[in-house]
Design a protein around this ligand. Structure first.
Ligand SMILES: Nc1ncnc2c1ncn2[C@@H]1O[C@H](COP(=O)(O)OP(=O)(O)OP(=O)(O)O)[C@@H](O)[C@H]1O
Length: 678
């Protein structure tokens, strides 16, 4: 683990990052090593102290969050807090009512004559309390969903907007992944509302208990002990610390892996390969290997008998106090007072317990809120320059020119130590047709991504029309480029929109959309579909059924099946539709560079030939790069063929030159050519 961090002058020493390793069943847990004491009580207090510091530092962001929620619905938020204030005195009022009732009964019993007025008063107060409680909860149930929608929508929209803003390199960074769903915002708001309510509830209970005739103050103090002890001992356990958890039990991992064979994705292959018996045998072997090793996550040392005894005894402290005072002053003994004080003690203990529990969660809330806001602070790694593209003095009408100067690049977060691009230098003149060939993993696609500034180079420089690529405005650069790649997908919108977004300004121009579809070879696909251009291939599915297992549910079942039906296209048809989007982009008239990165892997030979032909036909005013493994007729038309191997350009020239050279390219070419020899 230490290897993951490099030490520099300002960063904390590695010792500060030390951890202890623990093993529970199949789980290995690396727990951050705290410098605090091994005594659970001292450690618990230390955890509390750290929590307080954390909460203190989080106050500004919580304040910002609460203000933001308030501005979304000021009236509703205020009303909700007023209702919470009302709820906070509910339990005290109820307690007051039942104390009055008990005292009235006690007096009646003592005097042999019940005080009907007092009893009636107590009953009326209790009924009022019940009506009050029911009304408050009714109003709350009505306003909460509205407030919830506003808060959740607000944060969902914000997160969506921020996620859309991130570039590839920035969003690939794990630190920029949101670990909290936007819907958590409302729970966090409710959480603080709950604490506010609990705070007032505690205040009203304390005031009421202190005012009790016999031992109110002592009772209040004694009621504090149990929840305080429980929370302090509880907070010192391992789960409240920072940890990394994983399983390295090979049998457990094998079982998990083998279970994947029953997924829909693999089922077809499993059945056709008839490997069920082997899977089952492997599964049983792993199960035997795992034996009784537990998958449960439980720290056996979490609670020792002593801590449990102390915790349980502390609950009975008010009773012990009462028993002691009866022994010392038996004359004061009243069973009713005892019952009332017991009720007070129980109420206080439960409120304090909940409040302490909630207080312990505040730091989690703060980190959730921080997490929600963090995306706004993330700066994109790919930063555009000021220069417009096309550049009046440097750019030409015939296309974009490129120059790579000693460019190296490794994917951020890649496990491999090898660069995907290694110190490459070459030039592509404007308007040229370039074909890049090479083995799998040689860096062809990466090169195209660098030209589109999906990633920035680690070292070296890329020039576009003679100027460093970083100097151009990003939006201008991208508007002038069109990429068509094998893994480009169809979007979950209609086919008309799927093609139209290639040129958003003319999205509704159906004539242009159909023209683009024709060039991409997709018009036949569209005609085949019942809804034509208005088809959505992978629509958002919301339909679901519940307990449709009986005969009388047949009708509902049929409706559900109808709702679940969706249009499907083949892999090659999908590629044609994606290609149509690129042609739509061409029709914007802005494109000076187009790259086709193996866009034809699923196309039949005729469709592939047509696609390449259409791309070449549209080459006017563009530099065109093809990345392909099936390069026969393409390379013959190419102005430049670049052959890549292990992240380097090993050969570059025309087809003829490279064939004469008899190197890597001619070898690849001949392998393909041989396939056609009889
Ligand atoms: N997103 C990524 N993260 C980490 N490594 C990557 C990523 N994409 C590609 N690589 C690695 O970079 C190297 C070059 O990959 P690239 O996709 O450019 O190869 P290619 O020549 O286009 O291969 P192919 O012919 O198989 O498409 C490979 O070793 C690959 O594993």
């Amino acid at each position: 683990m230490e290897k993951l961090r490099t030490e520099d002058e300002d960063s904390p020493k590695l010792d500060d990052y030390s951890y202890t390793t623990r093993q529970f069943g199949i789980w290995r847990i690396l727990v951050h090593k705290d410098s605090s004491s091994s005594n659970p009580l001292v450690r618990g207090l230390w955890v509390w102290w750290k929590k307080l510091i954390e909460i203190n530092s989080g106050l500004p962001i919580v304040w910002r969050f609460m203000r933001e929620v308030y501005t979304l619905a000021p009236g509703l938020t205020l009303l909700l807090f007023i209702l919470r204030l009302g709820s906070s005195v509910e339990s005290t009022l109820m307690l007051y009512a039942s104390s009055r009732l008990l005292r009235a009964v006690e007096t009646g019993l003592a005097e042999g004559r019940p005080d009907v007025t007092a009893i009636l008063q107590a009953v009326i107060i209790r009924v009022i309390c019940i009506v009050f409680t029911a009304t408050i909860s009714w109003v709350r149930r009505r306003i909460s969903p509205v407030l919830r929608s506003r808060v959740v929508h607000h944060f969902e929209d914000y997160v969506f907007q921020e996620q859309l803003r991130l570039d590839l390199q920035t969003s690939a960074d794990k630190n920029n992944k949101l670990e909290v769903p936007a819907s958590r915002a409302y729970y966090r708001f409710e959480f603080f509302g709950g604490m506010f309510e609990r705070g007032f509830q505690l205040m009203s209970q304390i005031i009421f208990t202190i005012r009790q005739p016999s031992g109110g103050i002592t009772l209040t103090l004694l009621s504090l002990v149990s929840p305080f002890l429980a929370s302090t001992l509880g907070s010192s356990n391992m789960w409240s610390q920072a940890y990394v958890i994983y399983s390295d039990n090979s049998d457990y991992l094998r079982i998990r892996a083998l279970r994947r064979f029953v997924s829909d994705k693999l089922r077809e292959e499993v059945i056709s390969a008839d490997i069920m018996a082997w899977i089952l045998a492997e599964y049983q072997k792993a199960r035997e290997g795992l034996g009784d090793i537990s998958e449960m996550l439980q720290d056996p040392s979490e609670f020792t008998p002593m801590t449990s005894i102390i915790s349980l005894l502390s609950v009975d402290l008010p009773t012990f106090y009462w028993a002691a005072s009866v022994i010392v002053r038996p004359v004061n003994f009243s069973i009713i007072s005892f019952a009332i004080l017991q009720q007070h003690a129980q109420g206080l203990r439960s409120t304090i317990g909940r409040l302490i529990y909630e207080f312990a969660q505040v730091s989690d809330c703060v980190s959730d809120i921080r997490e929600l806001y963090k995306l706004a602070e993330v700066e994109n790694k790919i930063v555009g320059g000021e220069e417009a593209y096309p550049n009046d003095t440097l750019s030409t009408e015939i296309g974009m020119s490129f120059e790579f100067k000693n460019v190296s690049f490794a994917y951020p977060g890649a496990k491999s130590n090898d660069n995907a691009i290694k110190n490459i230098s070459f030039k592509i003149p404007a308007g040229h047709l370039v074909v890049i060939v090479g083995a799998n993993g040689s860096g062809k696609s990466t090169l195209i991504k660098l030209l589109n500034r999906l990633y920035d180079v680690d070292s070296g420089e890329i020039l576009v029309d003679g100027l460093p690529i970083k100097k151009y405005r990003l939006a201008d650069l991208r508007k002038a480029q069109a990429l068509l790649a094998q893994d480009h997908a169809l979007y979950p919108i209609t086919l008309a929109e799927n093609i139209g977004v290639g040129n958003p300004d003319r999205m509704n121009d159906m004539k242009m959309v159909m023209e683009a579809a024709e060039s991409g070879g997709a018009s036949e696909v569209i005609k085949k579909l019942t809804d034509g251009l208005q088809t959505t291939l992978d629509p958002v599915q919301t339909a679901r059924g519940h307990r449709l297992d009986k005969d009388q549910h047949k009708k509902l079942k049929l409706i559900l099946e109808e709702l679940e039906k969706k249009a499907e296209v083949s892999g090659g048809e999908k590629q044609r539709l994606v290609a149509a989007r690129t042609f739509m982009r061409f029709l914007s008239g802005n494109i000076r560079f187009a790259a086709a990165d193996e866009p034809s892997s699923a196309l039949d030979p005729k469709a592939e030939h047509q696609l390449f032909q259409h791309l070449r036909d549209a080459q006017q005013g563009k530099t065109l790069i093809f990345v392909t493994h099936r390069f026969g007729h393409l390379t013959k038309h190419a102005d430049l063929v670049m052959c890549m191997k292990d992240g380097e350009v090993v050969e570059a020239g025309t087809h003829k030159e490279l064939m004469a050279h008899e190197g890597e390219y001619s070898e690849l070419y001949n392998v393909q050519a041989q396939a056609f020899e009889i």
